[in-house]
Design a protein around this ligand. Structure first.
Ligand code: OGA
Ligand code: MN
Length: 283
């Protein structure tokens, strides 16, 4: 087995894996150990990698079924399982998705019936400052949520919506025009069996059955709780970083960066399933 080191990146989540070249084939023992580390640390970081698109897809495949964007065609004709996250523009049009600035906390594709299982982002160009990616541990967010809030949302469904054209939220989305889905506000991770809080600031619009004002207040409490520093790891990118997150038990956000700076990352998603709910009335 290829040996590797695991170095925790914050008390909440995240580990750097040292000693592996992901462009080379990995043996079964190593892959099994990486899968276990991913479930334990939620976010894995590999520095100084030199990966082609094919390398990145092949590595992603060890953890699930690679999927690219489900909304936009890739404009440069490359592998459709690879999506560009970039503010770089050609003829005035961004070459990728999620181009500019700050991005609120979210889990990927929660506005769809089957959100992503995970995603792998590989840095090719990064701004001198900012454009960091923050990750939150959603097991921890749920476990530490005050009881008064837990009891409000324990068995409630939430509606999630997303507008591909604006992407960065400024107001409530016009739901008749954007994809939306309903999921339990508290879900169960299908592999670990642990409960996670499953509402996010970018996409969650409503708690079903609560009046609008009350629902908004409960959601605000949840969002602020998720974003507490003790639940987070902040990734400051270097070129050649590959970062993979478990989308079933984490959320992520991006800090602002200057519009004049280039930022280009390659992203491979992993096909997901609908997260199970647990409604046993306890906790
Ligand atoms: C994503 C995403 C954040 C970033 O790829 O899903 O939210 O830091 N990226 O670019
Ligand atoms: Mn995202």
């Amino acid at each position: 087995m290829d040996g590797f080191g695991i170095h925790r990146l914050s008390p909440a989540l995240g580990a750097e894996i040292r000693g592996l070249d992901l462009a080379r084939p990995l043996d079964h023992g190593t892959v099994a150990a990486l899968r276990a580390a991913w479930l334990e640390h939620l976010v894995l970081v590999f520095r100084n990698q030199s990966l082609t698109e094919a390398d990145q897809v092949a590595f992603a495949q060890l953890f699930g079924m690679p999927v690219g964007s489900r909304s936009t065609e890739r404009k440069d004709g490359g592998d459709s399982r690879v999506m560009l996250v970039s503010n770089v523009r050609e003829n005035g049009k961004p070459v990728g998705v999620l181009p500019d600035g700050e991005l609120m906390f979210h889990a990927d594709s929660v506005f769809l019936e089957k959100p992503l299982k995970g995603a792998l982002l590989y840095a090719q160009e990064i701004p001198r400052e900012g454009g960091n990616t923050l990750f939150a541990n959603m097991y921890m967010a749920w476990d530490s949520l005050p009881d008064a809030v837990r009891s409000r949302i324990r068995t409630v469904d939430a509606v999630h919506a997303y507008d591909y054209s604006t992407q960065i939220k400024t107001a409530a989305f016009d739901r008749s025009r954007v994809p939306h889905a309903v999921h339990p506000a508290v879900c169960v991770h299908p592999e670990t069996g642990r409960e996670v809080l499953h509402v996010n600031r970018l996409m969650t619009e409503e708690l079903v059955g609560l009046n609008a004002e009350d629902g908004r207040a409960v959601l605000e409490l949840c969002f602020a709780h998720v974003e507490r520093p003790e639940h987070l790891y902040e990734h400051v990118w270097q070129i050649g970083d590959l970062v993979m997150w478990d989308n079933r038990c984490t959320q992520h956000a991006r800090t602002d960066f200057a519009a004049g700076e280039r930022r280009l990352l390659r992203r491979v998603g992993l096909e997901g399933e609908r997260l199970p709910e647990r409604r046993d009335g306890t906790g």
